[in-house]
Design a protein around this ligand. Structure first.
Ligand code: UD1
Length: 372
């Protein structure tokens, strides 16, 4: 039996790990061991994703929790080294670009275990983003590179990774979307508001195609008082053009309270702040939205697949294929109102699906591992 450790740590990892775990179920020659680092630990940030995406309970949970980057990374490394020494896996597979990804790659690589990075080669070329550091570190020492688009292959080649180690196999997040289509379409669409004791319902309080979905959590946008204050004001003004639904990330919500911005939000009746959603309800809201306004990485990909205009408020993206081929557009805070006006007038950006974003990526990855 080939022993394969798969690492999941934070929310955006779970929809990438789920289709792999399903494709590996009852595999005759590969034994999967699922390790959750515990980087995300709330039911809303972690547990409900395991339930809804039908991910088996992790074999091991390191329960590292929140801490500074260095402390969190160190805790993961300490815990994960023990597991690797005990389990002696043939392969470690990490996904994405979170602290858990880089930490486990460092451990496995130093123990001489073949490390596979799914979502390798993405580059924003912006080292102020913690994720970019994680990507660079992970790709510098991984052994096998699975990419989601051709630009990622080119980035790796430029960094002198030999071509035979790079495999463009498509997008696992799209596998999750395809696998769960029916449950997404019928998912719960009643949500509790965060700032008042009231529920709102899609189809009643805000109509399909007549609202935008909002998500913001990047430290660069929400950790700085000035930047978050400006954003909150623009969200408010934008919500007067079209209702906005915002499942708020804990990091953003904490800072809204800390900087005393709740009062501003309360003034806008069409700015709906709701708690973080599970996977099915979240994608249900996205697929019914007129557009997304975000600073997330994954949502740029999901909206491209669903062909829903996405306004990404960032100076760069590590996922340029969503701009070249998909429905994504990079904008500044000052462009938000104009861009939303264009979308409301029916002039939103549309695109096509990138190659291999087709629901079969997990199968291709399992085949690759069988042949390693
Ligand atoms: C992490 C990832 C980021 C990813 C994001 C998705 C890194 C460097 N960043 O950022 O790439 O886009 O996840 O969510 O790995 N918290 C909770 N409950 C939780 C988890 C976090 O309340 O389950 C709070 C904690 O107080 C924490 C804060 O949210 O301090 C931020 O969490 P953290 O994991 O540090 O980073 P994210 O911003 O979530």
């Amino acid at each position: 039996m080939t022993k394969l450790i798969l690492v999941a740590g934070a929310r955006p990892n779970f929809m990438k790990i789920a289709p792999l775990m399903h494709a590996l179920k009852n595999h005759p020659t590969i034994q999967p061991i699922l390790v959750h680092t515990g980087q995300h630990y709330d039911v809303k940030m972690s547990g409900q994703f395991f339930d809804e995406l039908n991910i088996p309970t992790p074999d091991i949970n390191l329960e590292v929790g929140s801490a500074s980057h260095a402390v969190q990374t160190a805790r993961i490394m300490e815990g994960f080294e023990k597991i690797c020494v005990e389990e002696k896996p043939d392969f470690v597979l990490v996904v994405g670009d979170v602290n858990s990804t880089a930490a486990c790659t460092l451990v496995a690589s130093k123990l001489g275990i073949t490390t596979i990075h799914y979502e390798a080669g993405l580059r924003s070329n912006d080292r102020t983003m913690p994720e970019e550091i994680n990507r660079l570190v992970t790709d510098a020492i991984s052994d096998v590179f699975i990419t989601t688009s051709k630009d990622a292959d080119d980035n790796l080649l430029k960094e002198n990774i030999p071509a035979h180690k790079i495999h463009m196999l498509g997008n696992l997040m799209i596998d999750s979307l395809v696998e769960n289509k029916t449950n997404i379409d019928t998912a719960n669409a009643r949500f509790k508001l965060l700032n008042e004791d009231k529920e709102i319902e899609l189809g009643k309080d805000f109509m399909p195609q007549k609202f935008g979905i909002l998500t913001f959590h990047r430290p660069g946008n929400v950790d700085d008082k000035e930047s978050l204050t400006k954003l909150v004001e623009i969200w408010g003004k934008a919500s007067e053009l079209v209702p906005l639904v915002f499942p708020v990330h804990p990091r953003t919500y904490k800072n809204i309270q800390l900087f005393g911005l709740q009062e501003v939000i309360n003034q806008y009746k069409q700015l709906y702040f709701i708690e973080p959603l599970g996977y099915l309800s979240f994608i249900h809201v996205v697929e019914n939205a007129l557009f997304a306004l975000t600073d997330s990485g994954g949502i740029q990909e999901e909206t491209s697949y669903l062909n829903i205009p996405c306004l990404t408020v960032r100076p760069n993206t590590e996922r340029p294929v969503t701009i070249w081929e998909g429905s994504n557009k990079l904008i500044t805070i000052d462009d938000i109102l104009n861009e939303i006006t264009l979308i409301v007038e029916g002039k939103g950006k549309k695109g096509t699906k990138p190659h291999f974003w087709d629901g079969n990526t997990a199968k291709r990855i399992v085949k690759l591992i069988e042949n390693l």
